[in-house]
Design a protein around this ligand. Structure first.
Ligand code: CA
Ligand code: CA
Length: 297
């Protein structure tokens, strides 16, 4: 006899129990206790399962999750059953998705009336990283296909235009700590749309949102530029400002403000906590980075 399996579920216990009965479990799992969470919408049931163990001793105890697995049933037929795999084979934590409020949920991301199964995992570490796994139905092939997004520090959910096509709004994590300290600045806005096998960066399609983000960065710059410890914070505001303006095809206007800050001496080295580059070298490095990341074309 296998031991009763612990259930964590956001639906009713009854529906989870039925789902488990129908889903079965991978061979060899009986030896270890698998937690299964399920979500249903119409004919679709998605299940996220994993092994959860408490490790450590005494005052140092932590919960470890591993062997994440996703299974999707449609009208009782298993159409997807695979491990989540790297980088979340271990050390990741299930995250309540901003899209569904659950570890596993169903929501239509692209307005076609077909819900996608969604799982968010957090890799741990300081403000990094939230991964979104979306499983979409490919009707022609009668299979589910996976799209994965590394959002960096996470995202918020919007539906600009109210067209049912969901926007995931976050920032460009490649800019973390760029030319400054990790917590000394912001990052350029980044917006994604879901497509069947991938998430697409669509930031340039939302110029009004980019303008408003750039405006915020400029206001931060005006606030911090008088501080004694200015350079790290000035760069923390000017870098995303310049990137935002490039998204609006106004790179030159962004660089004009950077040159003004250089002339005013706001980017000179002023303390031991300053981070290179300074002055004109900052502008050169900024342009190089914006070119490499596709902002400056
Ligand atoms: Ca859909
Ligand atoms: Ca929309």
């Amino acid at each position: 006899m296998s031991r009763p399996r612990r259930l964590t579920t956001f639906g009713s216990l009854a529906s989870a129990a039925i789902a488990i009965g129908a889903l079965g479990l991978p061979a060899g799992a009986a030896a270890q206790e698998r937690t299964v969470e399920t979500a249903s919408s119409g004919a679709v049931t998605a299940a996220l399962s994993y092994i959860k163990r408490t490790r450590g001793e005494g005052g140092f105890r932590f919960v470890e999750f591993r062997d994440f697995r996703v299974r999707i049933l449609r009208s009782g037929q298993v159409l997807y059953d695979k491990a989540i795999g790297k980088p979340c084979e271990q050390f990741c934590t299930p995250a309540e998705s901003a899209l569904t409020g659950k570890h596993v949920g169903l929501r239509d991301l692209n307005g076609d009336g077909e819900p996608e199964a969604l799982v968010d995992l957090f890799t741990g570490g300081s403000s990094c990283c939230v991964f979104v796994y979306a499983y979409g139905y490919d009707a022609a092939a009668n299979v589910y296909r996976r799209a994965r997004l590394d959002t960096g520090a996470g995202f918020v959910v919007r539906d600009y235009g109210g067209d049912g096509l969901i926007e995931l709004v976050g920032d460009d994590f490649r800019f973390r700590g760029l030319f400054t300290c990790g917590a000394c600045g912001s990052r350029p806005i980044r917006i994604w749309h879901y497509a069947l096998t991938r998430f697409e960066v669509v930031t340039r399609e939302f110029p009004a949102k980019v303008r408003s983000h750039a405006g915020r960065m400029k206001r931060i710059y005006e606030r911090v530029r008088h501080r004694r410890d200015a350079p790290v914070f000035v760069k923390g505001a000017l870098t995303p400002y310049a990137a935002d303006l490039c998204l609006l095809d106004r790179c030159r206007a962004g660089f004009r403000l950077v040159r003004l800050a250089i002339r005013r001496g706001e980017l000179n080295r002023r303390s031991d906590f300053d981070v290179s580059p300074h002055g004109a070298a900052y502008l050169r490095a900024l342009k190089r980075f914006l070119r490499r990341t596709g902002y400056l074309r």
